[in-house]
Design a protein around this ligand. Structure first.
Ligand code: FES
Length: 162
């Protein structure tokens, strides 16, 4: 099973309620897209015609903006993004092992989501706190000086759920 393609249920009424707040306000396209993404974790493709109609744009214009901004997604993503640093400082201090362990604990590969959409796993070039290497970021919180025990502690509760 490709875990990255897990489909979330999206209520069209919920989409409509958000879109209607911005009716005919073309300037509001990006705030509207961000609000939808905050609500669903991504921008459901079925919301694009609603957005376009409401803001009096072409669907291709909405799609174009989504494609331009790398932080906007049209596929479901995990609610907590786990970013493992693969920069040089982290790499030489065991970052590769940390990535391997995170993959094992979450049972997913880089670029995938857990089936319950709790987590998504990414790697990043450097998160800017090299002195704490090796680092990972979970839901925007930095965890420095990572080691196998810390990885286990971070994701232990998840394994107990399974
Ligand atoms: S190389 Fe990992 S934080 Fe800079």
């Amino acid at each position: 099973m490709n875990k990255a393609k897990t489909i979330a249920i999206v209520d069209p009424a919920q989409i409509n309620a958000i879109v209607s707040e911005y009716s005919e306000q073309k300037w509001a396209l990006i705030p509207l897209l961000q609000k939808i993404q905050n609500e669903f974790g991504y921008i459901p493709p079925q919301s694009i015609p609603f957005i376009a109609r409401s803001l009096r744009l072409f669907p291709s214009q909405v799609q174009g903006v989504i494609s331009f901004y790398t932080q906007l997604y049209t596929q479901p993503r995990g609610r907590k993004i786990v970013r493992v640093c693969r920069g040089t400082a982290c790499h030489v201090r065991g970052g590769k092992t940390i990535l391997k362990l995170v993959k094992q604990h979450l049972d997913i590969e880089e670029g995938e989501n857990t089936p319950d959409l709790e987590y998504a796993l990414e790697t990043v070039a450097c998160i800017g706190v090299c002195a704490l290497a090796p680092n990972i970021v979970v839901a925007d919180k930095v965890y420095g000086h990572m080691n196998p025990k810390k990885v286990e502690q971070l994701f232990r509760s998840r394994e107990n759920e399974g």
